[in-house]
Structure formats: C-alpha cells, structure tokens
Ligand binder design. Structure first.
Ligand code: F6R
Length: 241
C-alpha cells in the first residue's frame, strides 16, 4: 500500500487528478471507476481544468460510477447522476454511451443490478478505481455487515450514512434509505485503486484500513488485500497512522 500524506485538500485533489491524468494519457481508452461525495470534487475540478487546457482527451474514456441512491430521479440535485454530469461529464468530451451510472429511479432494481454487472463484465476490469471512504468504513455503498456483496446490489443505508449524508439534503428524512452499489468484487478486481480521505472524521476508518484487521465490518479494510492501492490523505485523516 502506497500512502501519500499531503498538506491540504488542494494537494489531495491535485495528486489524485495527476494520477488519473497519467492513466488517461498512457491509456486513452482507460476504464475508470468513479466516486461521488465531497472528497473527489476538487479532483474533478482539476481534471476539467486539464481538459479545458487541451492536456486531457476523454473521447475514449469509459467510466463506471460506484453508486446511486434509489428513489430519487436523475435530475434531483442530490442524485449522483446530477452530481457527475454537473461537476464532471458536462465539461468534458466524453461519449454519452461510455458513461455508466446505476439508475436509481427504476422499478425493477434487481434487473438494473444485473444489467450493471453485465456491463462491468463486458469491460472485464476497471483500470483505475477512485474511492472515498465513509466514516463507518464503507466504500461505494458497501456498508459494514457480517457479509459483503461481490456484485452490484441493492443496499439499505446504515443510520450513520444517512446521518453523514444529510448535510447534502435539507433534513435527514429526505435522505434516501436505499442505494444501488457496485459490489466489493468489482472494486477489488480493479487494476489500481486510489482511496482519498481528508478531515478528522476519516482518521478512525483510515487507521483501521492501514493498521487494522480485515473485516466486513469495515469494508474499506479489504483494500489491504489489493496489490496496487494508493491512499491519498491529508494530515487530519492520517493522524492515527
Ligand atoms: C459515493 C461513495 C461513498 C463516499 C463516502 C465518503 O459515491 O462512494 O462511499 O465516498 O460516503 O463521502 P464524502 O466524500 O462526502 O465524505
């Protein structure tokens, strides 16, 4: 496991953006696994800047997002569809057919999960997976539990996730209770993983990821088994390691 401890959020964003940029320059048809949430926003901003300067071409890039809430439409400002288009895809030259985000407003969730898994299999492996980490150690919406799902699945969000994500909604009641998430299998199959974390709330789960045991009660700890993982942290998130 490679660990970068950087001075601030801007440096985390630059480092992550530089890794993605190198990946795309070296392999223009890279398959990227992408996360949402507050952590990668700066990284997306940097990548958009590089694209606007003509340094990065996204015309052959394929993306798979980790997750989406169930029960809110794609045009909802807190949906991950809205987030990704607004903060990233709308500013790039990506082909629409190369963008994959699990649909969260469909009736037949089971079929949606199967179709997403099928699409993931069609690319065989993600070249570079970007993740954040939940305060409870979730990755994507793979929540702590006695067992974890390998494949794309429907998940009931834990109270602490609803609580943490309520900062994006006007009240905790508005936070969707379920989501569709890529399973730990596809995440762990990625050729490379970069995990970003900043701020004091991430210090405990990061300590577990670096020094703790591997446990389904802290899904992020599974990355200890991965041969090519890079943690990109600020001092606060790294304070116990
Ligand atoms: C979202 C995702 C989540 C977030 C995690 C941290 O696509 O994968 O696992 O990475 O909840 O969220 P932030 O970055 O808002 O602290």
């Amino acid at each position: 496991m490679r660990i970068y401890v950087l001075d601030n959020y801007e440096e985390i964003s630059m480092k992550a953006a530089s890794i993605l940029a190198s990946q795309i320059i070296l392999k223009p048809d890279s398959v990227l696994g992408l996360a949402t949430g507050s952590t990668p926003l700066g990284m997306y901003r940097e990548l958009v800047k590089m694209h606007k300067k003509g340094i990065l071409d996204f015309s052959q890039v394929i993306t798979f997002n980790l997750d989406e809430y169930v029960g809110i439409p794609p045009e909802h400002p807190q949906s991950y569809h809205y987030y990704m288009y607004n903060n990233f895809f709308n500013h790039l030259n990506m082909k629409k057919e190369n963008i994959n985000i699990p649909p969260g407003d469909e009736k037949s969730v089971h079929k949606v999960c199967e179709d997403y898994e099928q699409k993931l299999r069609s690319v065989s492996r993600i070249d570079l997976q970007v993740t954040g980490i939940g305060t409870n150690g979730h990755v994507g919406f793979n929540e702590p539990d006695q067992e974890l799902n390998v494949n794309t699945h429907l998940i009931d969000l834990k109270e602490e996730t609803i609580e943490a994500n309520s900062r994006f909604f006007s009240s905790p009641e508005e936070v969707p209770r379920q989501a569709i998430s890529m399973g730990m299998g596809s995440i762990m199959k990625a050729k490379k993983i970069i995990m970003l974390a900043n701020g004091p709330n991430k210090a405990k789960p990061i300590e577990e990821v670096v020094n703790g045991k591997i446990s389904t009660q802290l899904p992020a700890s599974l990355v200890q088994l991965h041969p090519d993982v890079t943690l990109i942290l600020d001092g606060e998130a790294a304070k116990y390691i």
